[in-house]
Design a protein around this ligand. Structure first.
Ligand code: C5P
Length: 340
């Protein structure tokens, strides 16, 4: 297959934080974190196609208002990777967005991670996994996790990762309000609350959450969820109290604000209960978006196609991204000519 024919697609999941313990603000402005990330089955899809220059096109139900230029983290990811290897960032990025924006679900980080994976493959680069992780960390605190998915303990700014095993796929509902919250704004509100002595007690260490994930017991996990940013998000977006209350009334085992919010994540006993909860939350009028998703097993998935025609059959091909993060879970396919 010639280079001009090939496109690379990466489907990349959103994340929630099962625990987000926030330490003091560091001299560089970031906060030292101890967080348990969990990828959830709500995906953006980034397709990288050969081009003579760099462009970004946004489609999908959650794409409204997003910039398609250097303000977009995916754009910056393509530029950073190209600079790293000394080439021009020649790629057309098409981003199909299903992950709500500025929602505490790391959608922008997911797009950036998918762009790193897709461009590395499109441009036939050999990039060490550690180098790709470093580029991801440069782009944002959540981008490193988005490269890998699954569940992981994050420390430092959130970019230092240790995989965490989950014994079962847990059933979640994501409930997003209209509008977003600014991540720096939520951290600043936490600092303000702490300085004023009005903040809630800090979440504990990650071990109880990690043990609950390993146990596969959603009741145990529900008791151990925690987010130090939640009181700050609630102060900035008081309507979130109604969403959290509705989820609990409707039978969620537990619920919390995801990351810096405003999305709330609710844990359900099983998939059917999650579907019922999602319907109930939408009907409650406390959110504009409610989706039942499975958490813990979602990872980036990469597909190579000879061209963009959706009709041609796909056949398995040798995966040459095996050394890249996420590649253990790559579904690599080529069109029927079988050549790469
Ligand atoms: O790394 P990222 O671009 O996602 O961070 C956005 C903002 O969130 C930072 O500029 C900072 O204000 C805040 N943040 C923080 N501590 C972290 C991660 C993010 O204060 N560990």
């Amino acid at each position: 297959m010639s280079e001009t024919q090939r496109t690379v697609t990466v489907r990349v999941p959103a994340k929630i934080n099962l625990l987000l313990a926030v330490g003091p603000r560091r001299p560089d402005g970031f906060h030292e974190l101890s967080t348990v990330f969990c990828a959830v089955g709500l995906y953006d899809t980034v397709t990288a196609s050969p081009a003579t220059d760099l462009s970004v096109r946004l489609t999908g139900p959650e794409s409204a208002g997003l910039p398609a230029d250097a303000r977009n983290l995916a754009w910056r990811a393509a530029v950073l990777l190209a600079e790293h290897v000394g080439i021009e960032p020649r790629v057309r990025l098409s981003i199909d967005k299903a992950i709500p924006v500025a929602a505490g679900l790391a959608g922008g980080s997911a797009d950036a991670a998918a762009t790193l994976l897709a461009c590395a493959r499109l441009w036939n680069l050999t990039v060490e996994p550690a180098a790709l992780d470093a580029l991801a960390a440069e782009l944002g605190s959540d981008v490193s996790f988005a490269l890998h998915g699954g569940c992981a303990l994050g420390t430092g700014r959130g970019e230092r990762l240790r995989p965490v095993p989950a014994a079962a796929a847990f059933s979640w509902v994501l409930a997003a309000a209209s509008g977003g919250l600014s991540t720096p704004g939520v951290y600043a509100e936490l600092d303000r609350q702490r300085a004023a002595g009005t903040g809630s007690p800090a979440a504990g260490g990650p071990e109880p959450v990690i043990a609950a994930l390993g146990s596969g017991d959603p009741h145990l996990l529900a008791d151990r969820l925690g987010n130090d940013l939640e009181p700050a998000a609630l102060a900035l977006a008081p309507y979130l109290g109604a969403t959290l209350g509705a989820g609990r009334r409707l039978g969620a085992l537990g619920g919390l604000v995801s990351g810096s919010g405003p999305t709330c994540a609710f844990l359900a006993p099983d998939g059917e209960a999650a579907e019922r909860l999602a319907h109930g939350l939408l009907a409650s009028g406390t959110c504009r978006f409610a989706r039942a998703v499975v958490g813990g097993a979602a990872r980036p998935e990469l597909t190579v196609r000879a061209n963009q025609s959706p009709d041609a059959p796909l056949i398995p091909a040798v995966d040459r991204t095996a050394d890249l993060p996420g590649a253990n879970h790559v579904a690599d396919t080529l069109k029927a000519d079988g050549k790469s």
